[in-house]
Write a protein that binds this ligand. Structure first.
Ligand code: C2E
Ligand code: CA
Ligand code: CA
Ligand code: CA
Length: 275
């Protein structure tokens, strides 16, 4: 689209393709949304498999768009990463998550996703420190989830950051384990407290022998290394039972609850799924 007659798109260069224009609009929309407070943190419970108790909630970002409704992170996080806006967005999530979690029972932790861009940003340690101080939450209740892509480059700086975070008392989870460039050497080289087994393995648990074998291997590895294992995307009782049999520590998924607003946390805690 060129100028629409009323000049709305006048600033676009002619020749810029429709996708680039859509991106440009989304980027302006993202910046405005931060100012207008349109982002909201949702929470999904994580349960201990053996006891059924809710041990943590994962903070998952949502964009409450005035026209487009609730927008999932897949639709805006990549652009937020490209533009660097993810740093500010990530700080918002950290602060919100710590502030919300401090009102929960103190044996319930909070997990926050860190974008690789945010992880590499020089602000990271300061923003974690600030979120902890502003909320007054015990650092040991905060888990930070990072993906393998963080570990691929500049591993010395990465290692230093991970050690600094752990020295503060914060715990580190390796998210989406089994996707991407999973390498067992990561588990030896970096100090992880938790491995999150990617949903793709869990969803095929009952139907594919190899997924079962991978889950068995990862839970076994976790056990021998003293690392907690969490299965993502648990949607039914069959999957949960198989995970229990393999000794997987924690489970998370629609079987227990979809991510919900902070105001629903009490309700999610209130409904123990005892079996
Ligand atoms: P993730 O960290 O792997 O989060 C798990 C995703 O799986 C969430 O999608 C969650 O809603 C979804 N999920 C949970 N249980 C089930 C289930 O039983 N079945 C299925 N099919 N899906 C399930 P969501 O909330 O759309 O988030 C997608 C991704 O966006 C996240 O994947 C994470 O990588 C990213 N993300 C979300 N919030 C943040 C954030 O605050 N910061 C950063 N950097 N990334 C975020
Ligand atoms: Ca995650
Ligand atoms: Ca994940
Ligand atoms: Ca994922």
């Amino acid at each position: 689209a060129k100028a629409d007659g009323r000049g709305t798109y006048r600033f676009f260069e002619t020749g810029m393709d429709a996708r680039a224009q859509a991106r440009r609009l989304l980027e302006m929309d993202l910046r405005a949304a931060l100012q207008r407070d349109e982002f909201q943190v949702y929470y999904q419970p994580i349960r201990d498999v053996a006891s059924g108790r809710v041990v943590a909630f994962e903070a998952l970002l949502r964009w409450n768009h005035p026209q487009r409704g609730l927008i999932a992170p897949i639709n805006f996080i990549p652009l937020a990463e490209e533009t660097g806006l993810i740093v500010q967005l990530g700080e918002f999530v950290l602060r919100s998550a710590c502030t919300d979690a401090v009102t929960w029972p103190d044996d319930v932790d909070v997990a926050v996703n860190l974008s690789p861009v945010q992880f590499k940003s020089p602000n990271l340690i300061a923003s974690v420190t600030d979120a902890l101080a502003a909320s007054g939450i015990d650092a040991r209740r905060l888990e930070l989830e990072i993906t393998e892509s963080v570990l691929l480059q500049n591993s010395e700086a990465t290692l230093a950051t991970l050690h600094e975070l752990r020295a503060m008392g914060v715990r580190i989870s390796l998210d989406d384990f089994g996707t991407g460039y999973s390498s067992l050497s990561y588990l030896r080289s970096f100090p992880f407290d938790k491995i999150k087994i990617d949903r793709s393995f869990v969803s095929e648990l009952a139907t594919r022998e190899d997924s079962m074998a991978i889950i068995r291997a990862v839970t076994g590895l976790g056990r021998s290394l003293g690392i907690v294992t969490t299965a993502e995307g648990v949607e039914n009782d069959v999957q949960l039972e198989l995970l229990r049999r393999e000794g997987c520590t924690q489970a998370q998924g629609y079987l227990f609850s979809e991510p919900r607003p902070a105001s629903d946390v009490a309700m999610m805690l209130d409904r123990p799924r005892l079996r």
